[in-house]
Unconditional design. Sequence first.
Length: 260
Amino acid sequence: MPTLALYVSGRSLDLWRAAAYITNPLVINCLIALPTVSTPPSPPALATPAPRRSRRKEARPGELLDAALDLFVSKGYAATKVEEVARQAGVSKGTLFLYFPSKQELFQAVVRHVLSSRFAEWDLELDTYQHDTATLIHYCYEVWWQRIGSTKACGLPHLVMAEAHNFPEIAAFYRQEVVLPGNRLIERVLRRGMERGELAPIDLDYGVTLVLAPLIFCASVKSTGGICLPDPDFDIPRFLQMQADALMHGMGHPSKGSAP
């Protein structure tokens, strides 16, 4: 039978000699004095995927504005709570207040985002428009319907009119940001038509109201579910086309073939 052995420092020791070696006080003292082998540090843990709310901050204002528009239009200004807006946008209330310190400032940002920010674009477009006034008025109505009338932004005029008495500050803001710039834009359209000889001279204050009145009507119709329309299938774009024709018939210059 082979001798049981212990391999120590490169030499093989048989069992009895190994026992004597291990129990030797000098060996025990040397073993105790040996430095402790430290455990190597664990590698750093892999980063866990960021939760949804850690999306880049610049993406959040747009989400908040979309959520706010939806709630303002569906519930009204007074009934909309900032907590609901934050919840619908998927952020905390604190995050909302980082961007919009109050509900009023949130509402103002919504109006600027979907309405008043468009006037600079439309002013530039009018600067280079080449067609006649009749075509331009048709085009104005068509663009309004596509970009505002058929969207949730159409509910903002109705909201302001309904809540102006209780919240005069939002009504004043809306007048400065939307009503007056809109009036100036339509005034430019009518003045251009008169300068080109395509419209008869008219009082521009009344002329602007004539052009805008159908848009206010359409906004109210959309916001109230069409309760004042004769037919549930009422075609608003067709109505606006007829309105443009009627305006040109009434305001067109007689020398251009319009009725007196």
